[in-house]
Design a protein around this ligand. Structure first.
Ligand SMILES: *Cc1c(COP(=O)(O)O)cnc(C)c1O
Length: 395
């Protein structure tokens, strides 16, 4: 109850002061690039500390500030920075904590653009990386080099949902004075609290559940105040990819319903997975809260919930059958991203040319499903009719 009250306070009140804006219930979009000063002394003070003064909206903006107070509190962090994309948050978090000659240990299979940063951008500045299977703590330990400065986690990831033992990895990092960064997009702070488990920087793509309406691209990183202030004064201001006031306002709006959306999606996902396991074309469903998930116990221990994303592996099938199944869906849309109101599907085979596809490779037969806010029966009916067409194609 205490917990729920605190959550309601964060989502409904924290950071807001309607006395400042006509007692309006919904806060204003302060759509301004700059702020004026009455005296040179005031302006001088603002120049000296842009982290705590309205000066220019690439730095602080009042609408963004309301949002960032809420997001930091949700993460159980002292402060946060909100970006114009999740990837900008990833880039700033990593760039702020490495320099030439440093080494990063990262889980394999990270989000595409984190991978591109490790493989294509950072090597140009003398920063190297090692990918590991992050499911075993020994792999982290044995990958540490004298110049290792940063551990990069993503738990669960967004296709096969491997987890890291977050507390153990954070504790190991602390022993070696290594900074830890986690991509928490799958869970959101509602379902997983990495900072309470010892992680230094928790980030997420706010494009997904925080927005919840498939209309904003945004990201957030949370940490202690010293870290956030340091990143603000350097990477945040210099990359210049802070969120714009209108998008921040849309995220505040999204936050109002976040717990309810997650609760609904959690229930629906359960029903869809139970249904999928009865389908003759489906060999397996991968989902962290399924008892046959290899890290089920760890998932239950460190995550309060799992929802929305699951991956089905079809039984060996021709690529044409998979394509026919996807093309036959009438309501579930084929699109990237997730976390919005609408259910989505992506087949792995869309990421390869047709002649690369091997029906013997289970990875190639994966389809990632995102369960949105629709009624589960509506989604099941759509999946059923598409499976029927794929099993017995009409001639
Ligand atoms: C979408 C996503 C990102 C990137 O976020 P953007 O808002 O698209 O920049 C990062 N990590 C994960 C796991 C994601 O799903």
């Amino acid at each position: 109850m205490q917990q729920e009250n605190a959550l309601s306070f964060i989502l409904n009140e924290l950071g807001e002061d309607s006395e400042q804006y006509f007692r309006a219930v919904a806060p204003p979009i302060v759509q301004t690039s700059n702020f004026s000063f009455k005296t040179v002394a005031d302006l001088r003070n603002a120049f000296a500390d842009e982290y705590s003064t309205w000066l220019y909206s690439r730095g602080l903006n009042p609408t963004v500030k309301i949002l960032s107070e809420k997001l930091a509190a949700l993460d159980g962090a002292e402060d946060c920075l909100v970006f114009n994309s999740g990837v900008a948050a990833i880039f700033a978090a990593v760039l702020a904590n490495v320099q030439s000659g440093d080494h990063i240990v990262s889980v394999a299979g990270v989000y595409t653009w984190a991978r591109k940063m490790f493989e294509e951008i950072l090597p140009r500045f003398g920063v190297t990386h090692t990918y590991i299977n992050g499911t075993a703590i020994e792999n982290w330990e044995s990958a540490i080099q004298p110049n290792s400065r940063l551990f990069y986690l993503e738990s669960p990831n967004s296709w096969t949902y491997e987890l890291q033992d977050i507390r153990a990895v954070a504790a190991l990092a602390k022993q070696h004075h290594i900074i830890t960064v986690i991509d928490n997009s799958y869970c959101t702070p509602i379902y997983q609290q990495p900072i309470a488990m010892g992680i230094d920087i928790s980030l997420q793509s706010a494009t997904k559940y925080i927005s919840g309406h498939s209309d904003v691209v945004a990201g957030v990183l949370s940490s202690n105040r010293a870290m956030v202030q340091r990143i603000f004064n350097s990477e945040y201001m210099n990359i210049g990819s802070g969120i714009q006031p209108f998008n921040a306002w849309l995220l505040i709006r999204g936050l109002r319903t976040l717990p309810m959306r997650l609760a609904h999606i959690t229930q629906s996902t359960r029903r869809i997975i139970d249904y999928l396991k009865t389908e003759s074309m489906v060999a397996a469903v991968i989902f962290p809260f399924e008892p046959d998930f290899p890290q089920y116990a760890l998932a239950k221990q460190q995550m309060k919930g799992a929802c929305g994303l699951c991956t089905m592996v079809l039984k060996p099938a021709a690529i044409e059958a998979i394509e026919l199944f996807c093309n036959s869906l009438q309501h579930i849309k084929m699109a990237v991203s997730w976390g919005g109101y609408e259910s989505l599907i992506i087949p792995r085979c869309a990421g390869m040319s047709k002649n690369e596809y091997q029906s013997t490779n289970p990875e190639h037969r994966m389809l990632r499903l995102y369960i949105g806010l629709e009624e589960p029966g509506y989604l099941i009916a759509d999946l059923q009719q598409a499976f029927l067409k794929a099993v017995a194609p009409a001639h």
